[in-house]
Design a protein around this ligand. Structure first.
Ligand code: GDP
Ligand code: MG
Length: 440
């Protein structure tokens, strides 16, 4: 699904993550690439424009510039903006087992209405609902037959009529539904190849007649922008409740999925993932965004970091780093937080102030971390706050207490001093440029 878009976005992020520090120029370059990727995925240009503006503003804000690992923060922001773009606002198509819910399916010919009708019947029946389908597409000779075949296949009753009058078929269906204690009446309607006044009027009249609880617009995701344009026109006339996006199993580029909510204000409710009656999924904006970004893992890692790293704590640390007041107590508390998070290799990149480049050549060894922790824990509070008081005899005492050698204590203190110097440089904007020059 959306392979091209996914690959391109991931390419942008890969580049970003390789850069430890982000400059305004980095961000601008990335935004240009993301914009291209979205446009090529056939996302509506106005939506792309607003999307990029929102992402860029957040990226240039404090949030990213001083942050944690900036590259990953950009990913996180893009992800959040994607989710908000497709947000369903908690919309649910509620159907109850003790009353009748009526649903109309509308859309162009070939978008997948008839198939979606059967998919919905199948989906809700699994939830102990009694569905019934109504064949209101009287124009295509095969359309009624198609619904009947599907109905037979999944054992769902289909209402039809030889009268060739939609109003009569609808009236008959409403009556049968009452008698049959049906909970869900699904009206499959006629489509045209293009928007057509007569067709619109017909389904509009049908709406007036049956007063459906929900109208679902069926959109073929393969048609990208066109699907969105058509959706807009249908919405103006029909004021539909939500969208079923079909054929996401194909090589759709993503334009329809990403634009339809922003253009119509109506959420995607279901997605069609194949021709089979069972190929229907409930739509989740967050999962769709994750799929597009191909990055479920990174996200859960960031979430994990956010859960573990107290936000206030992280801010305090960042401030301390800036003022060069980061001491061994802070170092220890960071080590302990990291340990809570699990496997080190994947986690280490998220430590505030550290970046991938810096850590690339440092072999991270869990045992070594335990030693470091033991050494710091053998120090007094004052020693941790002011490591400069650590003379030879203190170092010897600490080594003994931790069961390590004096050399190890010395090495830790040396590394810590180096790290502090590095942090000072990294948090100083004047040096940020130089750092990049040095390839750090
Ligand atoms: N791959 C795939 N094909 C679909 C999906 N939904 C519908 N189709 C196919 O699209 C074609 C048109 O579907 P149909 O339900 O007849 O569209 P309608 O004219 O709107 O009623 C049929 O060949 C369906 O099998 C889907 O989610 N994935
Ligand atoms: Mg049809």
């Amino acid at each position: 699904m959306f392979n091209d878009l996914s690959e391109k976005l991931q390419g942008v992020f890969k580049k970003l993550k390789r850069q430890g520090m982000l400059s305004e120029q980095n961000i601008k370059d990335s935004m240009r690439e993301i914009r291209m990727a979205l446009l090529e995925a056939d996302v509506n240009y106005k939506i792309v424009k607003n999307f990029i503006k929102a992402v860029e503003e957040r990226c240039l804000g404090q949030e990213v510039m001083i942050s944690l690992t900036p590259g990953q923060q950009v990913v996180k922001i893009v992800n959040e903006q994607l989710v908000s773009l497709m947000d369903t606002g908690g919309f649910n198509m509620d159907v109850f087992d003790n009353k009748l819910t009526t649903v109309m399916l509308v859309g162009l010919q070939g978008s997948g209405k008839t198939t979606a009708c059967a998919k919905l019947a199948n989906y809700y029946r699994k939830k102990k609902i009694r569905p019934m389908m109504v064949a209101c597409d009287i124009y295509r000779p095969a359309a009624v037959h198609q619904l009947q075949v599907l109905g037979k296949q999944i054992n769902i009753p289909v209402i039809y009529d030889d009268s060739n009058e939609v109003t009569k078929i609808a009236a008959k269906a409403l009556k049968e539904a009452q008698r049959d204690m049906t909970n869900l009446l699904l009206f499959d309607t006629a489509g045209r190849l293009h928007i057509d006044e007569n067709m619109m009027q017909e389904i509009y009249d049908l709406k007036k007649q049956i007063k459906p609880d929900y109208i679902l617009f069926v959109a073929d995701s393969m048609t990208g922008q066109d699907a969105v344009t058509v959706a807009k026109q249908f919405n103006e006339k029909m004021d539909f409740s939500g969208v079923i996006l079909t054929k996401l199993d194909g090589d759709a580029r993503g334009g329809a999925a990403l634009s339809i909510k922003a253009v119509t204000g109506k959420p995607v409710v279901f997605v069609g993932m194949g021709e089979k009656v069972s190929d229907l999924e409930l739509f989740h904006a967050d999962r769709m965004a994750s799929r597009i970004l191909g990055m479920g893992d990174v996200l859960s890692l960031i979430e994990k970091a956010e859960e573990t790293f107290d936000e206030k704590e992280a801010e305090k640390l960042a401030a301390k780093m800036k003022k060069n007041q980061f001491d061994l107590n802070d170092f220890l508390s960071q080590l302990q937080q990291i340990k809570k998070m699990g496997p080190l290799d994947s986690i280490i990149k998220m430590i505030p102030g550290m970046n991938t480049k810096m850590l690339k050549d440092t072999k991270i060894d869990e045992k070594q971390l335990a030693h470091i922790e033991a050494i710091i824990k053998s120090m007094t509070n004052r020693e941790r706050a002011k490591p400069q008081v650590l003379n030879g005899s203190r170092r010897k005492r600490i080594a003994l207490g931790a069961g390590r050698t004096v050399q190890e204590v010395n090495k830790l203190l040396r590394n810590f001093e180096d790290m502090k110097k590095m942090m000072k440089k990294m948090t100083n904007p004047k040096f940020a440029k130089q750092f990049k020059g040095l390839g750090m």
